[in-house]
Design a protein around this ligand. Structure first.
Ligand code: PEP
Ligand code: MN
Length: 344
């Protein structure tokens, strides 16, 4: 249920509604907008049957949301959510450009790549310290040491960090280093992990599961949001289809679909979607043209010898050339990208 308050509603009116909602054992989530305040009531709406909320002072309208997800829905939050991480306001007109290696390998590797991508206009550094590998015999990531190296690269460049957390037991550790917690494809329906990141207030980049429909994806976002963490960024990274020419199939359709259904920012990962470096630029440009709020791109200084995902990693020079084109497309669709800069 969504309770829309009128402009004259006072704090007292809001508090009264919150008390009544809590009395019947439901959880109120208040969203204060520029024009209106909205209270989302999460849980079984039937419990509100004897609460005459329509007649409460300050209430303009009560909407019974039939969608299974509520806090993630546009009904609850008509304006786009903007998540401020210092270098960029994700979901605003400026695009979030997250770039970096699949895995953090060495201090030299992550620092060099961080400086390069920053120079060409990236505003977030990506890098995995805990890696979700299909085979248990593949490199599993440097763990805490990788987080330390990311911290070093952040100190050198000022770029905030997005890095994956795989295990609910590691959330506290990864949270202490990351600016954005990444939930990977394979964990998109790991509900204990989603609840755990929902208890933090750290922005979460929630990747779409390999075979996840949009409703299921938004329900995963709802798991995080119902814990009180509204800072969710959705990341499409390709889904599994019958097509094997590319690693996955980038579902570009999902961009306008998500924009209609949810207020959460949408980021596209053309690297895992295509699995091949040569296809990454086309899909990155298509994503920006289709209205994505950002990109997350794997960049490696030596893709041939990368410890993971070398095939899909572009070089810093390719990233530089791509950013020139992204800038042009961004302008056409009324978006901005960060100016190139250099770091010492
Ligand atoms: C990654 O970002 O390196 C990664 C493992 O992504 P995904 O979960 O999309 O496979
Ligand atoms: Mn990867």
């Amino acid at each position: 249920m969504i309770i829309v308050l009128n402009r004259d509603a006072t704090q007292q009116d809001i508090d009264h509604i919150i008390t009544k909602v809590k009395e019947v054992g439901l959880e109120p989530h208040v969203s204060v907008g520029v024009e209106k305040t909205i209270i989302g009531v999460v849980g079984d709406d039937d419990k509100m049957i004897n609460v005459p909320v329509e007649s409460f002072k300050g209430v303009e309208q009560v909407i019974r949301v039939t969608k299974p997800y509520k806090l993630a829905s546009r009904d609850f939050h008509p304006h786009n959510t903007i998540i401020d991480i210092g270098t960029v306001r994700i979901g605003s007109e400026e695009l979030a450009i997250m770039a970096g290696p699949c895995s953090v390998e060495t201090r030299e590797q992550i620092t060099l790549i961080a400086k390069e991508v920053k120079k060409y206009g990236a505003n977030v550094l990506r890098g995995g310290a805990f890696k979700p590998r299909t085979s248990p015999y593949s490199f599993q990531g440097l763990g805490k040491e990788g987080l330390e190296l990311l911290k070093y690269a952040k100190e050198q460049t000022g770029l905030p960090i997005v890095t994956e957390v795989l295990d609910p037991r590691d959330v506290e550790l990864v949270e202490s280093y990351a600016d954005i917690l990444q939930i990977g494809t394979r964990n998109a329906q790991n509900f204990p992990l989603l609840k755990e990141v929902g208890r933090t207030r750290k922005p979460v980049l929630l990747k779409r599961g390999l075979a996840m429909r949009v409703d299921e994806w938004l329900l995963s976002a709802e798991y995080i949001m119902s814990g009180g963490n509204y800072n969710v960024i959705l990341c499409e990274r390709g889904i599994r289809t019958f097509e094997t020419a590319t690693r996955n199939t980038l579902d570009i359709n999902i961009i306008p679909v998500l924009k209609e259904r949810t207020h959460l920012p949408v980021v596209i990962d053309p690297s895992h979607a295509t699995g091949k470096a040569k296809y990454v630029p086309s899909m990155a440009l298509a994503a920006v043209a289709a209205g994505a709020d950002g990109l997350i791109i794997e960049v490696h200084n030596d893709p041939e010898n990368a410890w993971s995902d070398g095939d899909q990693s572009i070089t810093p020079e390719q990233f530089r050339d791509l950013m020139i084109k992204i800038r042009e497309i961004a302008q056409i669709v009324g978006r901005k990208i960060p100016e190139p800069s250099s770091v010492a």
